[in-house]
Design a protein around this ligand. Structure first.
Ligand SMILES: Cc1ncc(COP(=O)(O)O)c(C=O)c1O
Length: 424
């Protein structure tokens, strides 16, 4: 594939930073990605030229209004939302989900059922467990297959009953890397009158998301995972948002979407979000024309963004393949996730592994000394750890390359991993 990695990398200033002359290898991307120079500049410009609260009617405030409206439009395009009043900003995915669970809870009553997934990050589990405790709701679990690391969606036929009111699943696992068939899940939910709440935090940096096509009710992501600043974004279906009671202070607006946004937002964060989304559009226009969906019903900006994501995913699959092949050469190493070549399109480049006789935190610490940044432990995916019997063992090592990483970095990492493992 024709891929100008040098130009892509040159957009991200952090990638050329060295520590005492030592290069950095960023494989911690599932926990947070680096940002482009444009994101840095947009945030800095916002703080210099638009630093005021909104709706003041004076120059800086008018500019802040524009920053917000641009960010809403950017996210509308990113997710192919119907309109920008379906986009809600907040501090992060976890905070927004805890907040929205209160409003959704108002529609539920004792005995109602919620389906949660054992593949989810805890941010799409604990808010609902807490709600269930408050309202005496019943929780049912969608499990995943320990051999295939995927759901068996026929399980939903037994889990969903006339009492089911909500299903909460992830678009992709932050630990296994599995990409889930959320469209099928949401269609099934819709046909049963069940609301769906999709955690797309790990999906958004890698896969084009079209909320209208997925037919979900809520979909949430975090900009710091898709090359933007630390901020969360919720998309909610307009009719559903309208039907909910917002938890808000009295003087705050009752209008969508701001009625669900508590207090003053991070305007500089929003400026950064617009720049992060514009980066995808730039990639789409410059490199990915042949990856464009020609559906004329989709806005041109969305088509550019989605073309970029399709193009970048193709490159990332090369990285995934290289990483899995390299890891498979290491003795006593088990990849906790999909490894079959023909199934790589159903997984992210995020790869978790364990090594017999070694503690994952020790491996991560040894790699950190080599300036290779990885995570170890459970990464808040507690239910996955319990399912795989890894909860009490120190968890997994998680390697998460993204489109700005290279196969050279992966090969270097494999060599260093071998060295680290053979050291006494
Ligand atoms: C799949 C998934 N969901 C939710 C979260 C929580 O996101 P936030 O930090 O924005 O609350 C994370 C963070 O790692 C995640 O990976």
């Amino acid at each position: 594939m024709n891929y100008n990695l040098d130009e892509i990398r040159s957009m991200f200033p952090a990638l050329s930073v060295k520590d005492e002359g030592k290069r950095r290898i960023y494989f911690d991307n599932p926990a947070g990605t680096q940002v482009s120079q444009k994101v840095v500049e947009a945030m800095s410009d916002c703080l210099i030229y638009s630093n005021a609260n909104i709706l003041g009617g004076f120059e800086t405030s008018n500019r802040a209004d524009q920053v917000l409206s641009d960010a809403r439009n950017a996210m509308t395009n990113f997710l192919n939302a119907r309109s920008s009043d379906e986009i809600i900003f907040g501090q992060n995915m976890t905070t927004i989900t805890l907040h929205m669970s209160r409003s959704i809870g108002k529609t539920l009553s004792s005995g109602d059922e919620i389906i949660l997934s054992r593949m989810c990050h805890d941010a799409n589990i604990s808010p609902w467990l807490l709600l269930a405790k408050d309202l005496n709701l019943k929780i049912k679990w969608l499990s995943f297959n320990k051999e295939t690391f995927e759901f068996d969606l026929s399980e939903l036929d037994t889990l969903m009953t006339e009492k089911t009111k909500l299903i909460c699943v992830g678009g992709a696992s932050n630990l296994l890397g599995t990409i889930n068939n959320i469209k099928s899940i949401c269609q099934k939910a819709t046909s049963m009158g069940v609301l769906s709440y999709i955690d797309a935090v790990q999906l958004a940096p890698h896969v084009a998301i079209n909320v209208q096509d997925i037919e979900c009710d809520f979909l949430i992501c975090s900009a710091y995972k898709f090359f933007g600043p630390h901020q969360g974004i919720l998309w909610g279906k307009r009719e559903v948002l309208k039907s909910l009671e917002p938890y808000k202070v009295r003087p705050a607006t009752s209008e969508l979407p701001s009625c669900f946004e508590t207090g003053t937002q991070s305007h500089e964060g929003m400026a950064g979000i617009s720049a992060a989304v514009n980066y995808f559009a730039w990639v789409g226009d410059k490199y990915a024309k042949e990856y464009t969906d020609n559906n004329q019903d989709i806005r041109p900006q969305t088509r550019s963004i989605h073309a970029a994501l399709n193009y970048l995913f193709e490159y990332e699959t090369i990285l995934t393949d290289c990483l899995i092949e390299g890891l498979q050469t290491i003795n006593h190493l088990t990849i906790q996730g999909i490894t079959k070549k023909e199934a790589l399109e159903r997984r992210l480049p995020t790869v978790a592994f364990t090594i017999k006789g070694k503690k994952s935190p020790d491996i991560a610490a040894a790699l950190a000394r080599e300036n290779i940044f990885v995570w170890s432990g459970h990464s808040y995916a507690l239910e996955i750890m319990k399912t795989l019997d890894l909860y009490d063992t120190g968890g997994v090592v998680r390697i998460g390359p993204v489109h700005y990483n290279s196969t050279e970095e992966i090969k270097d990492f494999i060599k260093i991993l071998e060295k680290v493992l053979s050291a006494k």
